[in-house]
Ligand binder design. Structure first.
Ligand code: GRF
Length: 194
């Protein structure tokens, strides 16, 4: 299976996914695409010998459809079977989602269905939750709402800030996403709970 990974920033989840696709793993990274040329993850992908693409959403002046058609065109030569959104910070419409329906995953830093959208850690702390975590789900047109494929939980500590909690959750993301991708690439959609 050929995997395309979409990033916007440092790409730590991308690195975890790439480094997990070795040996008898049924998938291999085909391309890493970023929506900005200065995404730190691009260099990490290149260092690992992976093809990279940049499609900058700012080149399309708010025309979401044109941007997403450019994303599809950039991915096509790499012929991906699976698309993994990993710290990809653009909202996608059915134009892109329908092109990869049923074979596109995302990792979201909350225990969905709680805290869709942004600032998830601050919201969990503010709410006085005892736990936080991350979720890998299939991508559907509704934001952060597709079938859940895996979750990992961490405790929220009394002295946590959004940053200290984010760091604890990120460690779990790096375990959860590779575990889910391996199963998904074998056609197994049973959710994993770490
Ligand atoms: C992190 O906040 C992570 O929780 C979320 O995307 C952000 C960047 O992740 N999934 P990465 O280091 O670019 O993978």
């Amino acid at each position: 299976k050929r995997v395309a990974i979409l990033i916007s920033g440092g790409g730590s989840n991308m690195v975890s996914l790439v480094d997990s696709m070795t040996g008898d793993h049924p998938a291999r990274p085909a391309v890493v695409l970023a929506n900005s040329a200065d995404a730190g993850g691009l260099q990490k992908a290149a260092d690992r010998g992976i093809a990279t693409e940049v499609v900058d959403h700012r080149d399309f002046k708010g025309d979401r459809e044109a941007f997403e058609k450019a994303l599809i065109s950039a991915l096509e030569p790499h012929d991906p079977d699976i698309v993994c959104l990993a710290g990809f910070m653009r909202i996608l419409t059915p134009v892109f989602i329908d092109a990869f329906r049923g074979r596109m995953l995302n990792i979201h830093p909350s225990l969905l269905p709680k805290y869709r959208g942004l600032h998830t850690h601050a919201r969990a702390i503010e709410a006085g939750d005892a736990e936080a975590g991350c979720t890998v789900h299939e991508v559907t047109p509704e934001l952060d709402d597709g079938p859940i494929l895996g979750q990992a939980r961490v405790p929220i500590r009394p002295d946590d800030t959004p940053d200290t909690l984010a760091a604890r959750v990120l460690t779990q993301e790096h375990k959860l996403y590779p575990a889910v991708l391996r199963r998904f690439a074998q056609g197994d959609r049973n959710p994993i709970y770490l």
